[in-house]
Design a protein around this ligand. Structure first.
Ligand code: ATP
Length: 314
C-alpha cells in the first residue's frame, strides 16, 4: 500500500478551560498539548497500526521534542521532521465561546512550521508513500506548496491517491495563491472530507446537492461529510450512506475532524466497507472529543472496538 503521508504544521496547543471569556480572563490555561491538524491526523493513522509519516519542521526546543516523541511513540515515521536551528516550534491558543465556536491565536508564520523544506528525508518519504493527505490549514504556509506539488506528482505517477480536508481556520491566511493551490489540488483529489460550510469553499454553489454534483463530476470519487453531533455521510456517484454519531460528553472538540478523516481513510485503504469506515471514523471523532487536548484522544482499533461496543448512537 505504501505509507499515508501528510505535510504541514506541528504545534503545541494551549487551551482555555473556561468557556466564553477572553483569553486574558480564561484562566486557567492548560497545555502544552501536541497539536497541528496534520500532526493529529498522522498520529491517528499511526495509532491504527498503518504506516504513516509527516513532513514538517519543529524548533530545537521542548515543544518540538514533545511532538516528535509523541508521534514516534505512537508509531509514526518522524524521519522527515526537520529540526530548525533558527525558529521555535509554533503554538496555538484556543478558547471556546458560549455559542460553541472557537477562536485560535496562531504563532506559525514565524515558527519552524513556516520553514518546512523539501529535504532529502522528505523526498525519501514521498518516494515510498502510497497516499497523500492535505489539510487546508497547511496550505496557509507558502513553504508547503512546492512540497505538496512534488509529492502529488510523484505519488499519483505511481498510482497513489490524494485526500483533502479543507479544514479552514479563519485565523490563518487564505490569500489568492492559497486559493489557487487549493483549486489545483481539488482537480487531483480522490477523497474530500469537508465539514460544515467547507463544501462551499471547495465549490461555490447555491445548494449542497449542487456543490456535491459538481465536485463528483470533476473527478472526486468519494465526498465524506463530517457533521459533528449528526454523524457523517458518504456521497459517491452511485448514491449516499449516512451513519449516526455516538452519544458522548464533549469536553474539547478540537481534533475530531482530523481523527475522523484519518480513520475513514485508513479503514478504506485497509479494505473496510464504506459503512464500517464511517462507523469507525465516527467513533474516532467522538472518542477524541471526550479528551482535553487535540491529540490526547487518538485511538487504536482495539480502543475503537471497545468504544463502539459500549457507546449508544443517536
Ligand atoms: P475539528 O475542526 O474540530 O477537528 P471538524 O469540524 O472537521 O472538527 P466535526 O464534524 O466536528 O469535524 O467532527 C468530525 C466527526 O467526529 C463527526 O462527523 C462525528 O462523527 C464526530 N464528532 C465530533 N463531535 C462530536 C460530538 N460532540 N459527539 C459525537 N460525535 C462527534
Amino acid at each position: 500500500l505504501g505509507p499515508t503521508i501528510t505535510v504541514g504544521e506541528i504545534l503545541v496547543e494551549i487551551m482555555a478551560t473556561t468557556i466564553g471569556k477572553g483569553f486574558l480572563d480564561a484562566q486557567p490555561l492548560i497545555g502544552p498539548f501536541p497539536s497541528g491538524a496534520p500532526a493529529i491526523f498522522i498520529d491517528q493513522v499511526a495509532k491504527l497500526g498503518a504506516q504513516a509519516g509527516i513532513i514538517a519542521a519543529v524548533g530545537n526546543d521542548d515543544f518540538g521534542r514533545l511532538n516528535v516523541e509523541r508521534l514516534r511513540d505512537d508509531g509514526a515515521d518522524v524521519s522527515a521532521i526537520a529540526v530548525s536551528p533558527d525558529f521555535p516550534t509554533g503554538s496555538a491558543f484556543v478558547r471556546y465561546a458560549n455559542d460553541g465556536t472557537r477562536d485560535f491565536v496562531y504563532n506559525i508564520a514565524r515558527s519552524a512550521a513556516g520553514e518546512i523544506k523539501l529535504t532529502d528525508a522528505a523526498k525519501s518519504l514521498i518516494t515510498r508513500a502510497g497516499h497523500l493527505h492535505v489539510m487546508g490549514s497547511a496550505l496557509s504556509i507558502p513553504a508547503v506548496w512546492p512540497i505538496i506539488n512534488f509529492a502529488l506528482q510523484d505519488i499519483k505517477k505511481r498510482g497513489g491517491t490524494l485526500s483533502v480536508d479543507p479544514n479552514m481556520r479563519k485565523e490563518l491566511a487564505a490569500g489568492e495563491e492559497t486559493g489557487r493551490q487549493f483549486a489545483t489540488l481539488l482537480k487531483a483529489t480522490d477523497l474530500l472530507l469537508p465539514s460544515g460550510d467547507e463544501l462551499f469553499v471547495a465549490c461555490p454553489a447555491s445548494s449542497e446537492s449542487e456543490a456535491i454534483g459538481k465536485l463528483l463530476a470533476s473527478g472526486i470519487s468519494e465526498i465524506v461529510m463530517k457533521r459533528g453531533q449528526k454523524g457523517s455521510a458518504l456521497v459517491t456517484k452511485t448514491g449516499s450512506i449516512s451513519r449516526p454519531a455516538f452519544i458522548v460528553d464533549e469536553v474539547d472538540p478540537t481534533g475530531a475532524g482530523d481523527c475522523f478523516g484519518a480513520t475513514y481513510l485508513t479503514c478504506r485503504r485497509l479494505g473496510h466497507s464504506a459503512e464500517q469506515a464511517l462507523d469507525y471514523a465516527n467513533a474516532a471523532g467522538a472518542r477524541n472529543v471526550t479528551y482535553r487536548g487535540p491529540m490526547e484522544g487518538t485511538s487504536t482499533f482495539r480502543e475503537l472496538d471497545q468504544f463502539i461496543a459500549a457507546t449508544p448512537r443517536k
